[in-house]
Write a new protein. Structure first.
Length: 213
């Protein structure tokens, strides 16, 4: 095979190899807290996975006790594929967690630690707070329509009004403001009403909003 043929074959192979997709953060993962854009924990984690995470671990380095004002401190450690190591801490106590979350404050400390280490590792603050607003690393969320199977017609008076999309958005926003994960929000809903978020009635959702807020 001639040298030119080899070069052409190599060029064609390179052209046919798809370029790796640049990591993107969904705009739906960014919410405003006190006038500033802030990414949710789920958005940060998704962005981190797009970059590549070799390890993300959390360790409780201070157990809550009377002597330390019942403050739990967690340390998160993250490793990237290129060998970089990051660590940061997060703290929480019943006094600085949302109403109804006092019994979960150790998990909140863990989530706060992971958010901080993800933010440092992947420079998330600079992406969502660029001089030009959201830069090319922020994209709109992808939505797909899911067909639901037909359900029996509801009988009047037997079923309360279901939670509205506005109420779901309010709950998500409050949870993000309180650095709560979706899982923690769901746990509170199940604890109070024995239901997941999407199964709440408008009245139950209103009570949950007041409870968290």
């Amino acid at each position: 095979m001639s040298e030119n043929t080899k070069k052409n074959a190599s060029l064609q192979a390179n052209q046919s190899t798809p370029k790796p997709q640049e990591p993107k953060m969904k705009a739906s993962s960014i919410t405003k807290i006190k006038g500033k854009d802030t990414a949710t924990y789920e958005g940060m984690l998704d962005f981190g996975h797009q970059h590549g995470i070799v390890k993300l671990s959390v360790e409780l380095i201070q157990a809550p006790s009377k002597e330390n004002n019942n403050i739990a401190i967690c340390e998160a450690n993250l490793s990237t594929p290129d060998g970089r190591e990051f660590s940061d801490i997060g703290d929480a106590s019943p006094a600085n967690t949302p109403k109804g979350c006092a019994e979960h404050f150790i998990r909140i400390a863990s989530t706060r630690a992971k958010m901080r280490v993800l933010c440092d590792a992947f420079n998330i603050k600079s992406i969502i707070n660029s001089d030009h607003g959201h830069d090319e690393s922020v994209i709109d969320a992808d939505f797909s329509v899911v067909e639901r199977a037909s359900l029996p017609e509801a009988q009047p008076g037997n079923h309360p009004n279901p939670i509205s999309s506005k109420q779901i958005s309010m709950l998500k926003g409050l949870a993000s403001k309180r650095t709560m994960s979706d899982e923690e929000l769901e746990n509170i809903a199940r604890h109070k009403f024995n239901k997941d978020i999407n199964s709440l009635s408008t009245k139950e959702a209103h009570l949950l909003i007041k409870h968290i807020g």
